[in-house]
Each structure stands twice: as C-alpha cells, then as structure tokens.
Ligand binder design. Structure first.
Ligand code: ATP
Ligand code: MG
Length: 414
C-alpha cells in the first residue's frame, strides 16, 4: 500500500486524545490499522488551558498508535472544537463571456478564492478552517453538485465557511507542534461527526447531529443535501459529572462512576435503588436514592438540549430539520437519552455510531468515536475515488487551507 493512502488523525478531546491510522484501499474503504488513546489533560471546553499537560497527553496517544501500527507518525490531521468556531454561508457568481463555456476546476477555484477574499483573517482575527462547496447553480436555474465538464454561461457557487478565532487556532497548532508533530490539516468537530454518522437521505430531509462530549456539544445541521450550520457549545458530560459531585459531595471520579453505573437521562427509568457513596474526606458511607442521581443528570442534559434548541430556533433552522436529530459523542451512551431528547425537541431521535470503516471496531464502534472516524472520512472524501490520491484539480477539492493543496500535505505525512 502506498504511503499516500494513509491518513492519520489526532482527535483532541476534553476527556481523551485518540490517534487513528487509517489505510485507504483501492476501492476507497477505510481500514483502521493503528489506534492510540490517552486520558486527556489540560483541555477544557475545547480550549487549551494547560499546554504542557496537553503535549504529554498527545505524545502518549501518538506513541501508542505508532507502536500498534508499527510506523512512525510525523504529520496528523487534527480537530478543532470550542465556542470560538463559527460559520457563514456565502454565494459567489461568475459570468462567462461565452454562452457555452465548459466549466473547469479553475472556474470553481476562482469562486472559492472570491469567497476567501471577503474574509480578512487579520482584521477579523479569524482563521479559515473550511470552505465547503454546498452546490452550484448553472445559468440561474440548474442545481448541480459537481459542475466540472458541464456547459454554462453563468456559474454560481454556494459555500459553507467554517472559521476559528486566530489565537485559539494558533495555540492549538503550537501545542501539537510542540508534541513533535506537523499539522497536515484541521477538521472542525461538527463537520467530522456528521461525516461519521449521517446518511444522504437524512441530509436531504434536514437533520441535526448533536455530538455531546465531555467538554463541548458540537452541532451540525444539513438541509437539502448540504451543510447549513455548525456550532460548538462549551457544555458537555463534565458538567453532568460536576453536578453529581456537588449535589452528593463526592469526588469527581466517584461522581463519574455513579453516572456511568447508575445514571439515566429520565427519572422514569430510575429503579428505587439505594446507592452507597463516600462523600469527599469521609470514611463513613451515606446512602443516596438513584432517582435523585437520575434527576440531577436529567436536569443538566435537558438544559443542554434546550440550549441547542433555542439556538437553532433563533437561527431559523429548527423548523427545517424534518429528518430529526442524531445524537452522538460519549454522552449519547447515557441510558434513555434518546427519549429525553425526543421530549425536548419533539422530533425523531436516533443514536449515531460511526460507520463506513473497518478495523479496531471493538475499540471504536461507539458514539464517542464519531469525531475521530469522521475526521478520517472527511479527509478521505477529498481524495478522488479512483487513485486514492488527491490532486488539486479534483472537483470535490475543498480548500482546507487556502493556497495549499492537500495532496502535498497528505504525501508528507511520513
Ligand atoms: N455510558 C455513559 N453514560 C453517561 N455518560 C457517558 C457514558 N460513556 C461516556 N460518557 C460521557 O461522555 C463524555 C466523553 O465523551 P467523548 O469521549 O465524546 O468526549 P471528548 O471527545 O473527550 O470531549 P470533547 O469532544 O467534548 O472535547 C464524558 O463526559 C463521559 O462521562
Ligand atoms: Mg470529542
């Protein structure tokens, strides 16, 4: 297998840092051939708060993956999350001086450059993470996904742009580089999670994927087949754990265990179980009712869903998601969370697990790996189906980093 066919992703989360080595075969299938994971430390709500701790944790994760895959890792595709990521939709047009111009990749690049030129990274203190083509309109009427090779007199492109605050982006990049790695590219968490969990028909109908991790809740909305909106909220499973720790005066570790062993998202699901716990600094156990534990979890998870719902309503998107909600991320493992989400959103809800890969499924076939596997799928989607090698002329080419081609970066992974 050629080196060009290997993608390496580094998913830096609040609770864990995962490294995946993905081999892409001739048919375009992704096979995970390396897996490394370390407890995360020094990341809060998607933001680097203790750089040295993060560097050590990244190294532990990458070292493990290197051992498992039997290969040296020097470049990675990393993720971006946190409240500082934002999105915009934009439209650009070009009118040709002939009525029957064959659309080329150069025409598309021109549109993308026009979109990019409207964003002034320094002035706005922003970094462009993605310019994702949504669709193209030929001659003001025909909607197409890939216009290259078609004939038109006018070409309109609709794009979804993902941006990050420049300083947050720079800090994350520096930390990864300090761990001895080169950042090949970045993928925004909500985009990644959507790649791992959503089906084309859901994207047509209108769907929101909500990835609730330990520190962030990442949301992506699709409508009419393409991405419309992304957002990352600084809330997640850690808050649930801290609520339990406060209410029952137990350590964070004990609260986490209580949540996993006895937790559920709706009080109707609680048995009348009495649980023995040891409050912080006490050798005497106390007894708590499981229903009180579940009540604490329900209150926080309801609040997270309400925050997401309110935001989608305010943005005028909520009414458009006829296909319902996909819940993923570690918190989606909570018992009865589907039922709670259905009652808050009033929509169909399903739990999303990562799809479209093979290998290490005993480790990664769970909602908490949707981002990591989605990162592989996103990176793969930029490769032309036939060769497994990206060329800058590929019509689905997404300018991940303006001015550079992903092929150079993927080729330099080793
Ligand atoms: N069975 C479970 N029940 C309830 N919560 C769970 C369960 N399993 C995992 N979680 C919670 O999921 C969270 C971790 O999810 P995940 O691994 O997706 O987060 P992360 O990627 O580390 O963080 P983030 O993406 O938010 O930065 C933790 O808060 C954990 O307590
Ligand atoms: Mg995560």
């Amino acid at each position: 297998m050629g080196k060009e066919n290997v993608l390496i992703v580094l998913d830096i989360g609040t609770s864990k840092i995962t490294t995946l080595v993905g081999d892409i075969d001739d048919t375009g299938e992704i096979h995970i051939v390396g897996f490394g994971e370390a407890y995360s430390s020094g990341i809060e709500k998607g933001i680097v708060v203790k750089p040295h701790d993060v560097i050590k944790a990244i190294r532990r994760s990458v070292d493990t993956a290197e051992n498992v895959a039997g290969t040296k890792i020097s470049g990675v595709i990393a993720n971006i999350s946190g409240y500082h990521i934002e999105c915009r939709n934009d439209i650009e047009k070009v009118e040709f001086n002939t009525s029957q111009k064959i659309v080329t990749q150069a025409d598309i690049n021109q549109l993308i450059q026009k979109v990019a030129s409207k964003i002034q990274p320094e002035k706005e203190n922003l970094e462009i993470i993605h310019i994702l083509p949504k669709k193209y309109i030929l001659d003001d009427e025909d909607e197409v996904i890939d216009p290259v090779g078609l004939v038109a007199s006018k070409l309109e492109g609709r794009f979804h742009i993902v941006l990050d605050k420049l300083n947050a982006y720079t800090n994350l990049k520096k930390v990864i580089e300090s761990a001895g790695l080169r950042v090949v590219d970045f993928v925004a968490n909500p985009v990644a999670s959507s790649y791992a969990t959503l089906y084309p028909e859901e994207k047509e109908m209108g769907i929101a994927v909500i990835d609730i991790g330990a520190g962030t809740t990442d949301v992506a909305v699709y409508k009419d087949g393409s991405i419309e909106y992304i957002k990352s909220f600084p809330v997640g499973g850690n808050q649930v754990t801290m609520d339990i720790a406060h209410r029952f005066k137990v350590s964070k570790d004990e609260a986490e265990n209580l949540k996993i062993d006895y937790g559920a998202a709706i009080t109707e699901a609680a048995q009348n179980e009495i649980i023995e716990v040891y409050p912080r600094g006490s050798e005497e156990p106390v007894h708590i009712d499981q229903i009180d534990l579940v009540d604490t979890i329900e209150a926080r998870l309801s609040e997270i869903f309400e925050i997401v719902k309110k935001d989608l309503e305010e943005k005028g998107i909520f009414e458009r998601i006829n296909g319902g909600i996909v819940l993923t991320g570690g918190v989606a493992n909570t018992f009865y969370i589907k039922e709670l989400a259905e009652s808050v959103f009033g929509l169909d809800v399903r739990i999303g697990k990562p799809k479209d890969y093979t290998g290490f499924s005993d480790k990664v076939a769970f909602p908490q790996y949707s981002t990591s596997i989605g990162m592989l799928l996103f990176a793969k989607s930029k490769l032309p189906a036939s060769s497994g090698i990206v060329t800058p002329n590929s019509s689905n080419f997404d300018i991940l980093r303006i001015g550079k081609s992903i092929i150079e970066k993927i080729k330099t992974i080793f």
